[in-house]
Ligand binder design. Structure first.
Ligand code: DCP
Length: 723
C-alpha cells in the first residue's frame, strides 16, 4: 500500500526519464536497417507469431498494440518487422536490454542523484545542478536557448497570439520575474535537454522526460509527450493537471486501490479526492494510505530519489503456461538448473565488476494441483543463505523446490521424487538472489581469490575467512548505497559505462587467467552483462506526514491535460531529436553495441566449499543471523536444508534428460490469456506501475487494508466478528 512521505523543504527539481519503445530501439540499433520501419519485439514463443512486448512508434501509427500477438500485428500492418527477443537456455535473454539500459543510466547519472527505477526508466534529483546553473548561468542571461529545449512542453503555458510556441517557451524559460521555483524548473528543463541529447549522441537512443518538483509529478509528465520530447510541470499547473487526471492513471492507483476509490468513494479523477477530508480517507484506507491519498490529490509527494544505479537483486525465471506446465521432478530440475546457471553468471559478473555479493537465494514457483479443488493455494516461496558456484546454487535451489513442493502438497503426500506424474503442475519458476551488499573495501580484491589455484582446487576446501568476513551481515543490501550521491558512487564503484568497457577489455585477460587454471571447475562463468533485475524499493511505513498546504496553493491553469495532449500530437515527429535520425547524422554502426558474445570462465564457483553442516558453508555468525534475515522478508520462508535432504538431492540431481515429454507443445487457444504466461523474469524489469498491476493480478487475495469505523480489538473478539 502506498505510504505518505513528508515533502522535503525547499523546491526540488526531479526528472523522470523513460526510453522510448525501448526494446525496439535496442533491436534497431543492432540492425540499423530497421530504423524508420514499423517494428515490434516479440517474445520468443512462436505461438500465433509470439506476444508483442514492445512496439515502435511507426508501428503504433498503424494501430499495432502491445496486447497483440505477432499474427494479429501483421494483419493490421502487413509490413511490420517482428524481431524476436534473444533466447538463451530456452528462455528470454534480456541481457542486451539490461546492458543498453546501463549505458543510458551512466550518462544520466552525471548530473545528479540517479535512481534506476526499471530496465528503461530513471529518476534524477537535479536540484543541486539546477541551483548551480541558476547561480552561475541563469537562463535569463542566455542569448540563445537550445532548439531542443524550446520544444519542451510547459504545462499551463499557452502561446500568445502571434507568438509561436517556441517563442513562448523561450520567454517562460528566460523570465526575470519568475519565482525561485520556476527559475529552478527552467534550469531543470535545460539540464534535461542536454542529458537527452547526450544520451542520443552516445547511445543512439531517444528518451522522453518529465520535469517537476517531485517524483510523482515528473513520472506523470514523462509519458505525456512521447517519443523524444519532454514535459514540465510548473507548480502553478499542478491543480489543473490533477483535476482532470483519471484516478487509474496515477502511479499506484492503477490496481485495486484505484478500483476501490472508484467503486466505494465514486472518485473518477485525482481531483475528486479533494472532496474528502484526510480523516475520511484514513478511515477508509488506513492512516498511511489515507494521508498519502490526501497528499497526492494536492500534488504533494516527498518520496526521495534513491542513489541506486545497480539492481537490488538478480532474478531468472520462466513460465510454463497451459500444456507446457511441468509435471515431473526431473523436468523441474532441468529448468531450475538452467535458471541457476543464468543467475550464477550474473552473480559472478556482479562480484567481478561491482564487488558485490548476494546473501539470500530464493525460489518462487506457481503451481496447481490437478486433483484439488483448493486451487488457490500458493506454492510457498523458499529462501536460504546463498552459496556461490553454479552447482551449489542448483543444489540449494532444488532443495528449496522440494521443501516448497512438500508444503504445497501438504496432507496429500504425493510422491515428489522420480519423474512420473504426481498430480501437480508447475506453471512458473524463478530463482533470485537478494541482499546484495558491497564487499568491504580492503578485502575486495576479488582477483586475489582467483589467483591462487590452491584455494580452489578442491570443492571440499573452505572459503578463506576474510572473504566471508568481508560480507556485512546487514539484512538490507541496498542500505550501503542509499546514502551515497552519484559522484560518491562513481568514486566508490566505476560507472556502468566504464564497467562495460572494462569488462570488454578485461575479457581477454580473464580468459587467459581461466586458461591457466587448468583442472579447476569453471563453474562461475562471467559474461558481459552488467546488471539485473530491479526490485522496487521498500517504503517507509512510519514516516510522519507533512501537510504544508501553503506550499501547494491552487492556481487554476488555462489549459487542461487534454489540450496539452492535443498539442503534443501536433508536435509528434517534429522534434529535432527525431530529425537527428532523419538527417542521417548517425553512422548507425551497431557492431560496438552488440554485447552478447564475449564470455569467459572463472573458477569462482569452487572457491566455496561443501560442508556437513545443516547450512553448508555459512560461518557461524551468518547462521545466527540467517533466520532473522529471512524473517524480515514477509512472504518468504527460510529453509534449513537438512543433511539427509542434501543427500536426497544428490540422488535426484543427475537426471536432466528426462524432461522431454513435458515439452511436447500441445498448443491451445484456451491458455492465451493466462496469468501464468507472464514470464517472471520479465515482470521485475518492467516499469514499476506495470509491476504493481501484474502483482495485483497475481495476488488477487490482497485487498486494500480498510480500517472500519469504530473497529477495535474488542470488536475482533466479539461474536459479531464472524458475521
Ligand atoms: N516490456 C515487456 N513486457 C511488457 C511491457 C514492457 O517486456 N508487458 C518491456 C519492453 C519495453 C520495455 O519493457 O520496451 C519498457 O516498457 P515501457 O512500458 O516503458 O514501454 P516502451 O519503452 O516499449 O514504450 P514507451 O515508449 O511507450 O515507453
Amino acid at each position: 500500500m502506498p505510504v505518505a512521505r513528508p515533502d522535503s523543504s525547499g523546491a526540488r527539481i526531479i526528472a523522470h526519464v523513460d526510453l522510448d519503445c525501448f526494446y525496439v530501439q535496442v533491436e534497431q540499433r543492432k540492425q540499423p536497417k530497421l530504423r524508420g520501419l514499423p517494428t515490434a519485439v516479440v517474445q520468443y514463443n512462436e505461438w500465433k507469431g509470439g506476444g508483442l512486448i514492445a512496439v515502435g512508434y511507426e508501428a503504433r501509427n498503424y494501430g499495432v498494440k502491445r496486447s497483440m500477438r505477432g499474427d494479429e500485428a501483421k494483419e493490421v500492418c502487413p509490413q511490420i518487422e517482428l524481431v524476436q527477443v534473444p533466447v538463451a537456455r530456452g528462455k528470454a535473454d534480456l541481457s542486451s536490454y539490461r546492458n543498453a539500459g546501463s549505458e543510458v543510466v551512466s550518462i544520466l547519472a552525471r548530473k545528479g542523484r540517479c535512481e534506476r527505477a526499471s530496465i528503461d526508466e530513471v529518476y534524477l534529483d537535479l536540484t543541486d545542478a539546477a541551483e548551480a546553473m541558476l547561480a552561475e548561468t541563469p537562463p535569463e542571461s542566455l542569448d540563445e536557448v537550445d532548439e531542443e529545449a524550446l520544444k519542451s512542453h510547459i504545462l499551463g503555458l499557452e502561446s500568445k497570439d502571434g507568438n509561436d510556441s517556441k517563442a513562448t517557451v523561450k520567454e517562460w524559460l528566460c523570465r526575470c520575474d519568475a519565482d525561485h521555483r520556476d527559475k529552478l524548473l527552467a534550469c531543470g528543463v535545460l539540464i534535461v535537454t542536454e542529458l537527452r541529447m547526450q544520451v542520443l549522441k552516445e547511445t543512439e537512443f531517444t528518451c522522453s522526460a518529465g520535469i517537476a518538483h517531485n517524483k510523482m509529478l515528473a513520472k506523470l509528465a514523462s509519458g505525456m509527450n512521447k517519443p523524444a520530447q519532454q514535459t514540465t510541470v510548473p507548480f502553478s499547473s499542478v491543480k489543473g493537471l490533477l483535476d482532470s487526471l483519471p484516478i487509474k492513471k496515477m502511479k499506484q492507483l492503477g490496481g485495486k486501490l484505484g478500483t476501490s476509490l472508484q467503486n466505494e468513494l465514486g472518485v473518477t479523477t485525482v481531483g475528486d479526492l479533494l472532496k474528502f477530508s484526510e480523516d475520511k480517507l484514513q478511515e477508509s484506507y488506513g492512516f498511511n494510505t489515507g494521508t498519502w491519498l490526501w497528499n497526492i490529490a494536492r500534488g504533494i509527494s516527498g518520496e526521495e530519489v534513491q542513489a541506486r544505479l545497480l539492481p537490488k537483486s538478480h532474478g531468472s525465471g520462466k513460465s510454463f503456461p497451459g500444456p507446457r506446465a511441468l509435471k515431473t521432478v526431473a523436468s523441474v530440475q532441468h529448468w531450475l538448473n538452467q535458471l541457476c546457471e543464468e543467475l550464477s553468471e550474473r552473480l559472478c559478473s556482479d562480484l567481478e565488476q561491482n564487488k558485490r555479493i548476494a546473501h539470500t537465494l530464493t525460489l518462487h514457483a506457481s503451481a496447481f494441483k490437478s486433483s484439488d479443488s483448493d486451487s488457490r493455494k500458493k506454492f510457498p516461496s523458499k529462501s536460504c543463505p546463498l552459496r556461490y558456484g553454479t552447482a551449489k546454487i542448483q543444489e540449494d535451489t532444488f532443495n528449496l523446490f522440494q521443501a516448497g513442493l512438500r508444503e504445497f502438497l501438504g496432507s496429500f503426500g504425493v510422491k515428489t521424487q522420480g519423474s512420473h506424474y504426481s498430480g501437480w503442475r508447475i506453471t512458473a519458476l524463478s530463482v533470485s538472489a537478494s541482499k546484495i551488499v558491497p564487499v568491504l573495501s580492503g578485502t575486495c580484491s576479488i582477483m586475489k581469490y582467483f589467483n591462487g589455484p590452491d584455494k580452489f582446487g578442491s570443492t571440499s576446501e573452505q572459503l578463506p575467512d576474510n572473504f566471508i568476513d568481508a560480507a556485512p551481515l546487514s539484512p538490507s543490501g541496498s542500505e550501503s548505497y542509499s546514502t551515497l550521491n552519484s559522484t560518491e558512487l562513481q568514486n566508490e564503484l566505476p560507472g556502468e559505462q566504464v564497467w562495460i568497457e572494462h569488462s570488454m577489455a578485461d575479457l581477454g585477460q580473464l580468459e587467459m587467467k581461466a586458461n591457466t587454471w587448468n583442472g579447476l571447475d569453471p563453474s562461475c562463468s562471467i559474461s558481459k552483462q552488467t546488471s539485473g533485475t530491479e526490485s522496487s524499493s521498500s517504503l517507509d511505513q512510519n514516516k510522519p506526514q507533512n501537510r504544508d498546504d501553503s506550499r501547494m496553493r491552487s492556481v487554476p491553469i488555462k489549459s487542461n491535460q487534454q489540450e496539452h495532449k492535443k498539442s503534443a500530437l501536433k508536435d509528434k515527429g517534429a522534434s529535432s531529436i527525431l530529425n537527428f535520425f532523419k538527417s542521417g547524422d548517425l553512422s548507425c554502426s551497431s557492431g560496438n553495441h552488440d554485447t552478447e558474445h564475449a564470455e569467459t570462465l572463472l573458477p569462482l564457483g569452487d572457491c566455496l566449499s561443501e560442508s556437513n553442516k545443516k547450512q553448508v558453508n555459512i560461518p557461524k555468525e551468518r547462521l545466527d543471523n540467517s533466520t532473522g534475515d529471512c524473517l524480515s522478508e514477509s512472504n518468504q520462508n527460510q529453509v534449513n536444508i537438512p543433511k539427509e535432504r542434501l543427500a536426497e538431492a544428490a540422488t535426484t540431481s543427475t537426471s536432466t534428460d528426462r524432461c522431454g515429454s513435458d515439452q511436447i507443445q500441445q498448443r491451445s487457444e484456451s491458455w492465451k490469456l493466462r496469468i501464468e504466461e507472464i514470464d517472471p523474469s520479465v515482470i521485475d524489469e518492467l516499469p514499476k506501475e506495470i509491476q504493481d498491476e501484474i502483482q495485483a493480478w497475481l495476488r488477487p487475495s490482497k485487498r486494500p487494508h480498510r480500517v472500519k469505523q469504530g473497529f477495535t480489538i474488542a470488536d475482533y473478539f466479539s461474536p459479531s466478528k464472524n458475521r
